[in-house]
Write a protein that binds this ligand. Sequence first.
Ligand code: ATP
Length: 198
Amino acid sequence: MIIGLTGGIASGKSTVSALFVSKGARLVDADVIAREVMLPGHEVLAAAVKQFGSEILSPDGTLNRGKLGDIVFQDPAALQALNNLTHPAIRREIKERMNSMEEEDPKKLTIVDIPLLFESGLENMFHEILVVYVPREVQIARLMERNGLSLEQAEARLNAQMDIEAKRNKADYIIDNSGELAHTEQQVAVLWDRLGLS
Ligand code: ATP
């Protein structure tokens, strides 16, 4: 059983994924994979160096994220080129990992945490999608608090993503993470039962 998990920035995807893991689910984390493909020795990093030049590397051979950011965030064509390099590799790796987990034990739940699942058009990879929801105001407050951002900075980050209400409308399952953590935990337990995992 595989469920794609998504939500908005700072809506609590990691928090809810961890609650599922604590109940015995397996986790595939797209953010972790996205970092792995840019580690030294990986073919995606090599392709990025070929595309953007060795100035995107630090002297020790690791990716200089600031440098790469400077290049792609002021040039939409460069950002597109970077996405064309990274996205297929990340997608492939997600599929491989979730399929091998599923083969290992199909009755166990696998949660695949993909922050930009809808924005990247990955809905079809999953039969069922769970959205971790909090209203926009809560999202902004938690993002400001966690990342030390101003209201304007937090709003800019939210505006770069699909609206959380639109995501909620596309969900098969919704976990509302706007209340106390115990309330979120309770919803996870209810869904766990509903999926016949207890
Ligand atoms: P990102 O989009 O950056 O990956 P995320 O969706 O994984 O974030 P979390 O990191 O899980 O979100 O949570 C965002 C912030 O909100 C964190 O600082 C977390 O501690 C806090 N948080 C999460 N759930 C709750 C809750 N129910 N009550 C209060 N704070 C919470």
